[in-house]
Design a protein around this ligand. Structure first.
Ligand code: GLV
Length: 319
């Protein structure tokens, strides 16, 4: 029997699955486990099932000890894990790709609709109690049909967002490290371009790339200036891909029309200027937040941990 530490609350089915084979120490929450408590609890763990809010770095891996075999993140993004530090210590790192693709693409499409059709503004107006009535020019947004969606990072979530946007009548361009499956490109009518062209031609730019040193502030003042002044930026990937201060000024000065954000540069803090602006929709990192998706993510993370503990390659390894 091995010792599995779960760093935050996850659906019970995953805990039961782990408990059927191993001793499980699961942080009960609801608050996040503090760093000191986390370092204390991981000592002697054979597996750590981690949430994206916990930093899994060399200090933590050393605090766990040399018996640690696997870190299974309950997320597809793994910028919270120092993967080279895991590899150096022969620790397998794993994530949860696939199971949250549709849920996250739904939120991206939701943000595209919310920002272009000014749904957040409309909702806030009604709740404010201010007088309003239907008017020919009241809260006019911008239609999606015949417009271009630029997808930055054409992995599973980017493709799923493109599929939804196509169903709304949008044309698709994408920027990606590699070409996608030609059949999927043909189905979506998607054309691969470089980031400069994507920024210049897109009416909506949606971010779906992983976060890391190569994508830190990928979208900054210069890139925002390269977008059409009528365009919108949507981010459901990771906050620091966007220079939030530059985005706030671009939105304030009307250099782009609007934005929809689910993630933030210094999460959970939101840049104070964004909070003052009407032309940005702000969601609290809800990309994968459905009962079904969170359950599937936790089960996949449990499967990753269980596989490594029984000497097998996990279903979704990172390293
Ligand atoms: C959520 O943000 C994830 O990476 O799974």
């Amino acid at each position: 029997m091995s010792r599995v530490v779960v760093t935050g609350r996850v659906p019970e089915a995953a805990i039961e699955k782990l408990r059927a084979e191993h001793e499980v120490d699961a942080w009960p929450g609801p608050e996040s486990i503090g760093r000191e408590e986390l370092l204390r609890r991981v000592a002697g763990a054979d597996a750590v099932v981690s949430l994206l809010t916990e930093r899994i770095d060399a200090e933590l891996l050393d605090a766990a000890g040399p018996q640690l075999k696997v870190v299974a993140n309950v997320a597809v993004g793994y910028d919270n894990i120092d993967v080279p530090a895991c590899t150096e210590r022969s620790i397998v790192a794993a994530n949860t790709p696939g199971v949250l693709t549709d849920a996250t693409a739904d939120i991206a499409m939701g943000l595209i609709l919310m920002s272009t059709r000014r749904l957040g503004e409309g909702e806030r107006l009604i709740r404010s109690g201010q007088a309003w009535k239907w008017g020919m020019f009241f809260l006019l947004g911008s239609s999606l049909q015949g417009k271009t969606l630029g997808v930055v990072g054409m992995g599973g979530i980017g493709q799923a967002t493109a599929r939804r946007a196509k169903a709304f009548g949008m044309d698709i361009v994408y920027q990606s490290r590699s070409d996608i499956d030609p059949e999927i490109a043909a189905e979506l009518g998607a054309r691969r371009v470089d980031l400069n062209e994507l920024l210049a031609v897109s009416d909506v730019v949606s971010l779906h790339c992983p976060y890391g040193p190569a994508t830190h502030h990928l979208i900054g003042a210069e890139q925002l200036a390269a977008m059409k002044s009528s365009a919108y930026l949507v981010n459901t990937a990771r906050g620091p891909i966007v220079d939030e201060a530059a985005l706030a000024s671009a939105l304030r000065d009307g250099r782009i029309a609007g934005a929809g954000l689910d993630v933030y540069e210094h999460e959970p803090r939101v840049h104070p200027e964004l909070l003052e602006l009407e032309n940005v929709v702000l969601l609290p990192h809800l990309g994968s937040a459905t009962v079904e998706t969170r359950t599937a993510m936790a089960m996949l993370a449990a499967d990753n941990a269980l596989a490594v503990l029984s000497g097998e390659r996990p279903p979704a390894p990172i390293n």
